[in-house]
Design a protein around this ligand. Sequence first.
Ligand SMILES: Cc1ncc(C[n+]2csc(CCOP(=O)(O)OP(=O)(O)O)c2C)c(N)n1
Ligand SMILES: CC(=O)[C@@H](O)[C@H](O)COP(=O)(O)O
Ligand SMILES: [Mg+2]
Length: 626
Amino acid sequence: MSQLLDTINYPEDLRSLEESQLPELAAELRAFLLESLSETGGHLGANLGTVELTLALHYAFSTPRDRLVWDVGHQAYVHKLLTGRRGAFGTIRQAGGLSGFPKRKESPYDTFGVGHASTSISAALGMAQAAAEQGEDRAVTAIIGDGAMTAGMAFEALNHAGHLNANLLVILNDNEMSISPNVGALSKRFSRLIAGRWYNRMRDNADRALARIPPARDFAKRAEEHFKGLITPGTLFEELGFNYIGPVDGHNLEELLPILTNLRGMDGPRLLHVVTRKGKGYEPAENEPTKYHGVTPFDPVTGAPRKSGGGAQAYTKVFGDALCEVAAADARVTGITPAMREGSGLVEFEQQFPERFFDVGIAEQHALTFAAGQACEGLRPVVAIYSTFLQRAYDQLIHDIAIQNLPVVFAIDRAGIVGPDGPTHGGNFDLSFLRPIPNMTIMTPANELDLRNMLATGLALDGPSALRYPKDKAVGLAMSGPPEPLEVGKAEVVREGNGDQALLVFGPFMGAALEAAEATDATVVNMRFVKPLDTALLAELAVSHSHLVTVEENALAGGAGEAVQAFIGTLDAEVEVRCLGLPDAFVPQGERGALLTEYGLDARGMTACLQELAQPRQVARECSQK
Ligand SMILES: Cc1ncc(C[n+]2csc(CCOP(=O)(O)OP(=O)(O)O)c2C)c(N)n1
Ligand SMILES: CC(=O)[C@@H](O)[C@H](O)COP(=O)(O)O
Ligand SMILES: [Mg+2]
């Protein structure tokens, strides 16, 4: 029973409560989150940690007129519950349901669409500047975690905000965790500060700051802050032009509410350092915050997942194990992750090779240039990165790695459809943005053996390379012997057909392709390399077949199919090329298998395409435009 929560649909309902009722509401919100997310899965830990902070923000500020900008947005579930979306909460992250992140189309309270980290201060600064320009008196607040604060972009925005003397509040939600333990000097400094004797002293300072220190005292205050800065992060923010206040206990509403109310009335750049606990109130999540960062449906009593993952290993795990094998054989191999140790399969690697493992924080750009530096000195860095996050580092990829032809291997996970995270995390574009880059070798494993061998192939090359694989299970093939380099640019004919049609498969679709090939006795090729293409084989197939159908889990625009089309266009051949892949639209959230079916990337879709092509020409239609 949620007696209070049932009466709260919008923040104005919340604001009609007595402050003394808020702790009870916080308890109800936690119980609601736990019950609901145990059914649907989602980002549990961060949301349990921001219950009081979110309540206090909506209580103290006049949202949506006052703008709240959440960083990443994985911690904004309570915000959704308080802003008219409690009834739909059971649909979160499912097809057609609520997004797992703030989304402008979903609610006027969602001021900025997010999913990727470290954008909040820039966006909030833009909004604050617009408010100033428009003569609007509205508060703008960015809420950013200590993990997201490790990104350069956050500091670029702080630097600019100080320069503009913008009317902006930044709340640093510090739980000492990214997905895994946070990294870096700033994070360590936060921890020392919170744990140490300076904590109480700083709280006194917060009280004084809230008494609105008059300008005459500003100089003295700054001198004191500088002294504090010898051991606190306060000076850093102060030097950037922010009035630093904190740290304050982010679970103590009595402390938070007056501070936020006062901060609402203050001008200039302000940074409130709030300390919270990830997973607060749910013991399993408090004890193992990494495990409970993002969860699948689980039993709330024990915390155990409802479904245990049987069957073949995930590609992520295959990669992680293969990296350990190649690193054991080659001391030059390093493993780099921008804050995605678990998701990218590097846990084992860190355990086995701690001195060769680098979690650089949420700093994709730095990850790439750091790898470039290592490569210059003879190391063989492997950057394990999600397709969507590699987008952040495009210039580093071109300028720092490809132009210098440095041997950096990209193990690109979450390539293609990601499922519940939706469009912000979709890995639909990597083939398109990698293909035009000179010197790149691009590989698409069809199964776990390919993946292992492609890692070895990348490491044997003298230039940059990428292998990309989805958030999915591999095929379940037996793996024996060490990963071995493949012949670069060489495809494999897996099934010889009758010569009419050929399926050219880029990626893990071999099972579906072989099934589809039965219907029309089509040839099936594991293309393996998007760049360089096996042009010799393509030239043969173009002569011996009437239709070539490419299959890839990437945007059709700029993808592997287009590469094949472009090459075939240079030949004097009668063959027709059709492309199956992702459309010119952002792939919505939903179940991965269902989305693959929707886009024709399963046996049924491929069969339908082949059968359609087998019809007389006039009735054939674009099978890629289902
Ligand atoms: C650019 C980018 N890189 C990586 C991620 C993956 N990611 C999502 S949340 C998260 C941890 C964020 O830590 P923090 O900001 O401290 O938030 P917390 O989960 O601790 O509340 C990471 C690494 C991302 N969303 N965006
Ligand atoms: C919010 C965020 O960016 C991550 O937590 C992401 O949701 C992880 O995705 P995976 O679950 O695919 O690792
Ligand atoms: Mg954190």
